[in-house]
Structure formats: C-alpha cells, structure tokens
Design a protein around this ligand. Structure first.
Ligand code: ADP
Ligand code: ZN
Length: 541
C-alpha cells in the first residue's frame, strides 16, 4: 500500500543521511529499499560499484529500528564481510560475521549476541548458514519475530552457468521454505538471461520484484587491439596515455604476471605482481600499496580485484583474453569508479582464441556445461572481432539496447572493412585439400597455421616440398594477402567456429559449419588491420 511505502522511504532516507552521511539514494536504490522495508522480495541486478550494499544495509537498519530483529546477509567473500562489518561498526551499527576465520569462542560469543537480539546485521558464509545448528538459531529468532530479512549477495553463485558456481548456494532455497514470510533480497552484478532465470528458479524468487540497472559505464573507453608485440603494445599504451596513473594489467598465468611486472618495472613503470601463488603477506602488502600509493600498476591474475574499491583506477589492460563477457565486464569495471574517464584496453590474438577453446574442450566438465562455455566464449570473440560499436555489443549481451557510443575504438576510428568471404573460402578449401590428399595417400594429414599460410601464399618451404603441396590446387591462390592478413582471416574463422585447432601441434580441421562458408552461404566482413591510431602515434617512441 502506498502509505506504508511513503513512510518507509522517509525512514530509509533518514537512515541514509544520518547513519551513512549520504544526501540521496542513487539509481534504483530507493525503490529496492522501499520494497524490502515493506516486506517484499527483490532481485537486484546492478553493475559492480553501483551501490548494492546499501540496498540491504538500509532496510536492515530501518526494520531493526521498527523492532523486527536481525538481518542475515549471505556472502561467499570473507574479505568483503570483514570490510563491511568494520565499516558498519564505524558508523555505529551492530554487525558481526560468522565464518571460518573465527575461533570457537568468538563464534559462540556472536551466537549469544545474535540470540539476545543485540545485532542489527549478521553476515554468514553460505555453508554455515544451512547447518542444523544455525537453522535452529534462525528458527528461534523467527518464532519471536526477530528475523528481519535475508540478503543473498553474489546470487549468481547459485547458477552453474555463472563464473563462480558454489554448491552451498543451492541449499539457500531452504530459507524461503522455512521462513516464507521473511523478505529476501538477492543481489548480483551478473545479469545474462540464463543466470537470471537460474537465480529466480533455484532461490524460489518467483515473487521477487526485478530491479535491473543499466550496465553502461559511459566513462570507460573500450579498445581492443590485435596482438602484435603485446608487451610493447602495452608499454606504449601505458606511456602514451597513462603515465603516472594507477592501473591493473590482467594476465592469464602467474608466470606471465611475474614477467610482465618485472618488465614494466625495468621499463620505468612502477608495477607489482599479484596472484594466488604469492604469500598471503606479499599479496596483502601489494594490495595495500596499490590502494594507498598513487600511480602504481598492479599486474595480476583474476585473483585480484573482487571487493577492491579503488576509485581512481585509470585503466584496466588485458594481455590475455578473459573467459567470457561477464569476466571482461567485471574486470574492466574496476576502472573509473570515480566517474572520471578511464580506459579498458585489451590485446588479443589467434593464440588466445585457440587456448580458450582448448581449455574448454579439455576440461573435465560435462557436455552441456562445455556447450554453454563455448557459447559464452563465442560472444566474447564476437566482441573482440567487432568492427562496430563495442559498447552496443557489450550492453546487448546484458539485454540492453543502445546506440553507438562515441567512446570506443570503433566509434572513434571507424575501421575500414573488407569482404573476406573469398579469402575465407580459399583458406577453408586449402584445409580440405590437405585432408583429401592425406586420405588419398593413406592416413589423413593435418597441418598448422604456419604451413597453411605458406601454401596459400605459394611459399616454397621444405614442408611444402616434403608433402608435395605444390601440386594442391590451392597452392599460391592467396599470394595477394600478407601473412598477417591470413592470420587474421584464420583467427576470424576459428573464432566463428568454422575451423578448429586441435591437439598438441595445433593442427587445423574444418567443422560442419565450414561448408556453409565454402558454399558461399555465409559472408564474412573483416576489419582492415589497423594502423596505429593518430592518438598513439603522436606519443610513440
Ligand atoms: P557494489 O556492491 O554494487 O559493487 P558498493 O555497495 O560497494 O557497490 O558501493 C560502491 C560505492 O558507492 C561505496 O563506496 C558506497 O559507499 C558508494 N555509494 C553507494 N550508494 C551511495 C549513495 N546513495 N550515495 C553515495 N555513495 C554511495
Ligand atoms: Zn562505441
């Protein structure tokens, strides 16, 4: 009823100002908070940094003041729980957490506080929440009307399609079964349809009001370049555009993290490594320095970043392809949280495509899971290969329609495109001829990219002579394109799934869909390999 909502929002605004010291709610916060204060369920999809925490902290305080007891927040992130409890403590809110870092005595103390009604908020790890002991405490509170709400943070963890599925999250449906009248708010920054449907179904949130805020980060400029000499490309990008700025460089492996940090430091860019293989003490020190000092570059694996709230990160660079668009969005989203302009820059090449495909193929996961992962990778590759607005594609992935943004590489320097249909057909028939000739001579043979391109360009290599490939009808049919153009065509064909690169030697084979290209039923447009943009040429050294 409107009257309750109006009262609730006055209380909520009062709490926001008095407890947190902020003048006004942002975006969808007020609507979400009203809904939860009034006792309804909500599913909140908001990008990182948009202010999800207040969406349950404010209702928790309002409801507690109204005599409705304690709010229970489920979170998988221990560091985040500790940070939030520390921050709530500072503003005078009685909050505590229960997780594996506590001693038995500490945990028992908190349980006593909880049962005595002295807490406004309790954070708990999901595996602890569903234990019989904890459920008994919740029941006791519930019987006395002292369970004010449940907040389920990182709700995408309930979905296997998400990037960090957690078994324990599946148990959380018990909250609704046991305490159907206690309002729940589930929150995530991962919003694709699949994950969303999973959250609603598995957490039984059919009655939840859906709050989706735009995923657009207009101050972030997206740039994706073709890998040429990635380290030098990175160095040039940092020197030309981000001298003295704080930034994060993501790499795919620990070794590469170390090497890249060393290289940047040697080149005079202050950089620190961060990955899960480093001592906890070293990691903590590097993280602290990154947060406190100006102009440090953190070179890291994806282990770095969750819960890091540094507003003035001016760039996020990727030297390796993330797993999917969610990962790309989350990692690049760490740039420019202060709203000032920031760069998301990525270098990507053929090997990235091949490696990511292989990691999926060789993982022990089931077929259905692999199929989904491949679909997600394809979407990311399409973004990387795109010659139209990156932001339009990115937002489209999250279900938002938008117009060309004017703040991505493709909008700022519209790339020339060429029709690569013919070239693609030549390349595919060449792979086809290899296999055919192999079969005729007994024992099918397959070859890698280097040899394929030699044959297309009509290069007389030892291997060409050895296998008699001079006789192939495709020998020399592609002399008009350079080696790097052919690599780009191949990369495109692999990223579109018409060619696979297999085995220890990265040999190439056609997929079923290659036939459609060969028959001319699919047309391919490709970006003309980009010259360095005027912006980067100016400062190039
Ligand atoms: P998320 O969980 O969505 O990543 P947080 O809850 O950590 O985001 O909020 C990000 C930052 O924005 C925090 O520093 C928070 O204090 C700030 N913030 C959130 N809401 C508001 C608001 N209404 N007014 C001012 N600052 C806010
Ligand atoms: Zn754009």
């Amino acid at each position: 009823p409107p009257r309750t909502a109006a009262v609730a929002s006055t209380d909520a605004l009062h709490v926001l100002q008095e407890v947190f010291g902020y003048p006004a709610f942002r975006g969808l916060q007020a609507g979400i908070i009203d809904r939860v204060v009034a006792g309804g369920d909500a599913l909140v999809l908001m990008p990182t940094g948009a202010g999800k925490s207040l969406c349950y902290q404010v209702p928790a305080i309002v409801r507690h003041r109204a005599g409705q007891g304690v709010a229970v927040v489920v979170s998988p992130l221990i560091a985040l729980m500790q940070d939030q409890v520390g921050a709530l403590d500072e503003v005078g809110v009685q909050a505590a957490f229960l997780n594996s870092t506590l001693s038995l005595e500490q945990a028992q103390h908190i349980e006593r506080e909880l049962l005595a009604g002295r807490l406004t908020m309790l954070y708990a790890a999901p595996e602890r929440l569903t234990t019989p002991r904890f459920m008994a405490m919740l029941s006791s509170l519930h019987e006395r009307g002292q369970l004010s709400l449940f907040a389920i943070d990182e709700a995408h963890c309930v979905s296997q399609w998400g990037h960090d599925f957690r078994e324990e999250y599946l148990q959380l449906s018990v909250l609704h079964e046991q305490f159907p009248d206690v309002p729940r708010v589930a929150l995530t920054a991962t919003a694709d349809d699949h994950t969303r449907a999973d959250i609603i179904e598995r957490l039984q949130l059919q009655d939840a009001e859906l709050f989706i805020s735009s995923f657009d980060r207009p101050n972030i400029r997206y740039t994706i370049v073709e890998k040429d000499n990635p380290r030098h490309q990175l160095l040039r990008f940092v020197r030309d555009e981000h001298e003295g700025d704080a930034g994060i460089v993501y790499c795919g492996s620990r070794k590469k993290v170390e090497e890249t940090a060393d290289w940047l430091s040697a080149e005079g860019v202050p950089a620190l490594p961060y990955h899960a293989g480093l001592d906890a003490e070293v990691r903590r020190r590097h993280q602290d320095r990154f947060l406190r000092e100006d102009g440090l570059v953190m070179v890291a694996t994806v282990a770095f970043g969750m819960g890091i709230d540094k507003p003035d990160v001016r760039f996020v660079a990727h030297l390796d392809l993330p797993k999917n668009i969610e990962g790309y969005y989350q990692e690049t989203g760490r740039a420019g949280r202060d709203g000032q302009s920031a760069d998301a820059w990525m270098a990507y090449g053929l090997a990235d495509v091949v490696n990511q495909r292989r990691m999926i193929d060789e993982s022990p996961a089931g077929d259905e899971f692999k199929r989904v992962q491949r679909g997600k990778l394809d979407a990311l590759l399409a973004l990387a290969e795109a010659h139209t607005c990156r932001r339009v594609r990115l937002l489209d992935y999250f279900g938002e329609t938008s117009r060309p943004c004017g703040n991505c590489d493709n909008c700022l320097n519209p790339p020339a495109v060429w029709d690569a249909t013919d070239a693609s057909r030549k390349l595919l028939s060449c792979i086809y001829r290899f296999a055919q000739q192999g079969r005729e001579k007994g024992g099918a043979r397959s070859f890698g990219a280097g040899h394929l391109i030699d044959v297309l360009r009509g290069k007389a290599s030892d291997k060409v002579e050895q296998y008699g490939h001079r006789q192939l009808s495709t020998f020399g049919v592609g002399a008009d394109l350079s080696e790097s153009q052919w690599r780009a065509v191949l990369r495109q064909l692999i990223s579109l799934g018409h060619v696979v690169s297999e085995g220890e030697y990265n040999t190439l084979a056609l997929t079923d869909s290659a036939r459609l290209v060969l028959r001319g039923e699919i047309h391919l447009q490709m970006k003309v390999a980009s010259e360095p943009s005027p912006r980067s040429r100016r400062g190039a050294r």
